[in-house]
Write a protein that binds this ligand. Structure first.
Ligand code: PLP
Length: 401
């Protein structure tokens, strides 16, 4: 292997995390990594997950056999219900096939491999500019070409809706379009429901294939059904789409790698053919998925009390994100920091695109020990009431120096 060149580390993981870990300052603040944290910046284990683990401990210790290639059937059924709704006609008509995958990333990757093999119409995926850093990797690794559509308008810190529609309008018929279902990463900007409806009409009229990524269901409105509306609009028209679901953030199951890929088809027969092919995609990659995390998720999804308890915890996580937005905005106004910061409270989900430029971010890291990606994305869950003043001091200094 002597010929192998060393490549640079993955920026967000290696550079930010390592630098943060090495920083001895007691003031250091990690707003970079996309994980939910408590007010004190600690990892958050949901109570419902803790409870289910205790309940399941006997069952799980007795079952260490292989799962089927497609994972736990019950987990798949309930995942489809979670995203499409309990009364979804597509589910009732058996037009949806769902397979357990290795979290959101694995679901996107299996979907990408499936499309590369079985979707000859167009091997190009359009994704928002900007998008989650791993999206291009996940799709190009499957051999698909990547293109972008306009999404974020730095002028308004909001959605460039006209730009998005124009770019989708000029995409070739049959192209795949990756859409984040809600709580867009990294911008914190989502289309409204009427805008989603326009996007749907345009995409269907042009025969563009929607591939939804749902990693933050419940993190916008605090309501799981409400945050699935964008997807349900598309599914209601009877057309095809793919959906990747992640349980990393919404159940705090990051390291358990729990996710599902659903493919909504036009008939039950097509769905069964698709499922048979998905098995052939999965089998040579990792044969079958792990049990533990999906068993936890399934137990929560299928039990009314546990589900209610979980919904309340999702709402609480969401409330905390919203209150951090408000606190940060108020504190910047109180300090008289130059600029319009109203986008902080308008943005939704876990992230806000602060508008800080790479030089300002570098300054805040050097002088204030605040770590975030150079695009200025702030993870609101990394903030707590005690750390807001420190961030405000840093932003104030960065924009006035
Ligand atoms: N999709 C989006 C938009 C994300 O933000 C993330 C993680 O940050 C993922 C997918 C993948 O997460 P995971 O593989 O942990 O489910």
């Amino acid at each position: 292997f002597a010929h192998i060149p060393k490549v640079p580390e993955v920026p967000l993981y290696a550079q930010l995390q390592v630098a943060y870990g090495k920083d001895p300052s007691p003031l250091k603040l990690n707003l970079g990594f996309g994980v939910y944290r408590t007010e004190d910046g600690k990892p958050f284990l949901l109570n419902v997950v803790r409870r289910v683990e205790r309940l399941l401990v006997n069952d799980m210790s007795n079952f260490k056999e292989y799962l089927p290639i497609t994972g736990i059937a019950e987990f798949n059924r309930w995942s489809a219900r979670l995203i499409l709704g309990a009364d979804s006609p597509a589910i009732k008509e058996n037009r949806v096939t769902t397979v357990q995958c290795l979290s959101g990333s694995g679901s996107l990757r299996i979907g990408a491999e499936f499309l590369a093999k079985h979707y000859p119409q167009h091997h190009t995926v359009y994704m928002s500019q900007p998008t989650y850093g791993n999206h291009p990797n996940l799709f190009s690794a499957a051999g698909l070409a990547i293109k972008t559509y306009r999404y974020y308008d730095p002028g308004t810190c909001g959605l460039d809706f006209q730009g998005m529609l124009e770019d989708l309008q000029s995409a070739p018929s049959g192209a795949i379009v990756l859409l984040q279902a809600c709580a867009h990463n990294p911008t914190g900007v989502d289309p409204t429901i009427p805008q989603w409806e326009q996007i749907r009409q345009l995409m269907r009229s042009k025969g563009l294939l929607p591939f939804f990524d749902s990693a933050y269901q419940g993190f916008v409105s605090g309501n799981l059904d409400e945050d699935a509306k964008s997807i349900r609009l598309f599914v209601a028209d009877g057309g095809e789409c793919l959906i990747a679901q992640s349980y990393s953030k919404i159940m705090g199951l990051y390291g358990e790698r729990v996710g599902a890929l659903s493919i909504v088809c036009k008939t039950a027969e097509v769905a069964s053919h698709v499922e048979s092919q998905l098995k052939l995609v999965i089998r040579p990659m990792y044969s079958n998925p792990p049990i533990h995390g999906a068993a936890i998720a399934a137990a929560i999804l299928k039990d009314r009390d546990l589900y209610n308890e979980w919904s309340i915890e999702v709402k609480a996580m969401n409330d905390r994100l919203i209150s951090m937005r408000q606190r940060l905005f108020n504190a910047l106004c109180d300090k008289g920091t130059p600029g319009d910061w109203s986008h902080i409270t308008k943005h939704v989900g876990m992230f806000t695109f602060s508008g800080l430029n790479p030089e300002q971010v570098a300054f805040m890291t050097k002088e204030y020990h605040i770590y975030m990606p150079s695009d200025g994305r702030i993870n609101m869950a990394g903030l707590g009431p005690k750390t807001v003043p420190h961030l405000v001091d840093a932003i104030h200094a960065a924009v006035t120096t």
